[in-house]
Ligand binder design. Structure first.
Ligand code: AMP
Length: 489
């Protein structure tokens, strides 16, 4: 039996700068700090006194921009850039952003992080009315909507377009004379403004990029806002008042870098608190606490601190194995995980281990790591997960669109424990997750989107509604899948 699993995708990263003589180089370094958000492709479009020039390609930033000449060619005082991991559209060069559109009355560049839930309907309508698309990504839709708007002013056109698209979106747009940043009405994706020492404004998906550029944080872009940046600074506008904060909780659990702050909360601190709460919710008799590098180390340190157990480096990650997630089959992916992580035998041998990981999606990683630890002599492996069971797909920018892919959608906690071979298995509760992040808001679920865990989607699903109903009926027998995957090391 072969079982094809679609690769799990992270999200995209956006970065832009206005008012810096070396804008494309600043953007390169900004994107470098956001590389964890997408490794499939990258691009930069720079603005030289109204003339837009771009360079984009498949792969890591360092593969796309191979030497200084690739950056030097992109002259100008403003630029926007993108690192991509496909959530909509396939992985061809056509879908690599920023998109650069050339109109009779000026150029326009556009980059997007998120996923539109009414893309198919809008695209069909637009095509029926003569629009031509160059990619199959959902990003181009916004540009067509802006161009078709009858509003007399550019900002009005953008507002109209933003009120038409639905779902999760953070956009960065650049025209000849301004840069525009906009966020969806739920603020699913983070987006913040910073300022460099020379006064130039920067916009980034995550604040970690500000740190690496010596920029200071100015403010988070709020749901429903449009920020216009130009030579006079920036102005704040709104395209809707109908907003409810629902930041993607997986940003805090897994996606974002620990040195980023989202809505005023540091990601490392939130993860550490998840670990502390896990220790309170699930005390375990054990000898050491081990985190799965890298995303679970903060939570593991929290668990160790609260439980009083020593924190040990029981697993090492090979930092040079870049993209194990691009491997297409379960069997190859298993080999990828093995290439990536090794157990430190002298640390784990004979020990009862609390193994902390951030999430279980298909269960492949946990199963692999438990067996790595046991083969290295661990006496017991108790797995604690710093998020609740992932049971529902995401339609706002994470590429988990089928319940078939999610082990917790198909099995009880006890069944998952058996599948991954752990001695015990615990997940953080929804309440524990919400309280660990602790956003200052009165919005439902503490201002977080918890749909992956409870199926309560903050918006209608539009084009995905039928797909969602179908996926709710799907069931995959993971016991069968596991039997089919060779367990050798
Ligand atoms: P799995 O092996 O499928 O259970 O994947 C679980 C691991 O993937 C976790 O340890 C996370 O670190 C990581 N992860 C969680 N969500 C995602 C995602 N959407 N894309 C890529 N990796 C993820």
């Amino acid at each position: 039996m072969t079982y094809e699993v679609k690769s799990l995708n992270e999200e995209c990263g956006l970065f832009g700068v206005w008012g810096h003589t070396d804008a494309s180089r600043v953007t390169y370094f900004g994107l470098h700090a956001l590389q964890h958000r997408g490794q499939e492709g990258a691009g930069i479009v720079a603005n030289d006194s109204g003339k837009l020039n771009g360079h984009r390609g498949l792969g890591l930033l360092s593969e796309v921009f191979r030497d200084d000449r690739d950056i030097d060619r992109l002259t100008g005082n403003a630029a926007i850039g993108h690192v991509r991991y496909a959530t909509s559209g396939n992985g061809s060069i056509d879908n690599i952003q920023p998109f650069h559109f050339k109109f009779y009355d000026g150029d326009f560049a556009l980059a997007h992080n998120g996923n539109l839930t009414n893309n198919r309907t809008l695209r069909k309508e637009l095509e029926q009315n003569g629009a031509i698309f160059h990619s199959n990504s959902d990003t181009e839709v916004l540009m067509h909507l802006i161009r078709r708007s009858h509003h007399p002013e550019f900002c009005g056109k953008v507002k109209e377009a933003l009120n038409t698209v639905k779902g999760g979106f953070a956009y960065l747009l650049m025209t000849e004379d301004c840069m525009i940043a906009a966020l969806d009405p739920n603020g699913f994706r983070p987006l913040a403004i910073g300022q460099m020492q020379n006064g130039a404004y920067v916009v980034s998906s995550e604040t970690c990029a500000f740190e690496s550029l010596g920029a200071t944080f100015v403010r988070d872009i709020q749901p429903g806002e449009i920020i216009i940046l130009n030579d006079n600074g920036y102005t704040i506008h709104r395209y809707t008042e109908d907003t409810v904060l629902q930041i993607c909780s997986m940003e805090f659990v897994y996606f974002a870098r620990p040195d980023s702050n989202i809505a005023g909360v540091n990601v490392h601190k939130a993860r550490k608190e998840m670990g502390r709460r896990l220790a309170i919710e699930n005390p375990i008799e054990a000898d050491i606490v081990v985190g799965v590098p890298n995303s679970s180390l903060s939570a593991a340190s929290g668990y160790a601190e609260k439980s009083g157990l020593p924190y040990e480096m029981g697993i090492v990650k090979n930092q040079y194995v870049q993209r194990t997630f691009i491997q297409p089959t379960q069997e190859l992916r298993e080999q990828g995980v093995r290439m990536k992580l090794s157990a430190v035998r002298s640390v784990v041998e004979g020990k009862r281990i609390v193994l902390v990981d951030d999430s279980i999606v298909r269960g492949t990683t946990s199963r692999r790591i438990v067996s790595l630890l046991k083969e290295a002599g661990a006496k017991e492996v108790h797995v604690v997960i710093s998020s609740p069971p992932l049971k529902y797909p995401c339609f706002y920018g994470i590429d988990i669109q089928s319940r078939r892919e999610l082990i917790a959608a198909n099995h009880s906690v006890e069944e998952i424990r058996q599948i991954i071979g752990a001695d015990s298995l615990y997940f953080l509760t929804e309440e524990g997750l919400i309280n660990s992040i602790g956003l200052e808001t009165t919005a439902p679920y503490g201002g977080l989107c918890m749909a992956y865990f409870n199926g309560d989607y903050p918006t209608p699903l539009y084009d995905y509604e039928e797909h969602f109903q179908k996926t709710m009926e799907e069931h995959t027998d993971f016991f069968e899948v596991c039997k089919a995957v060779p367990q050798k090391n």
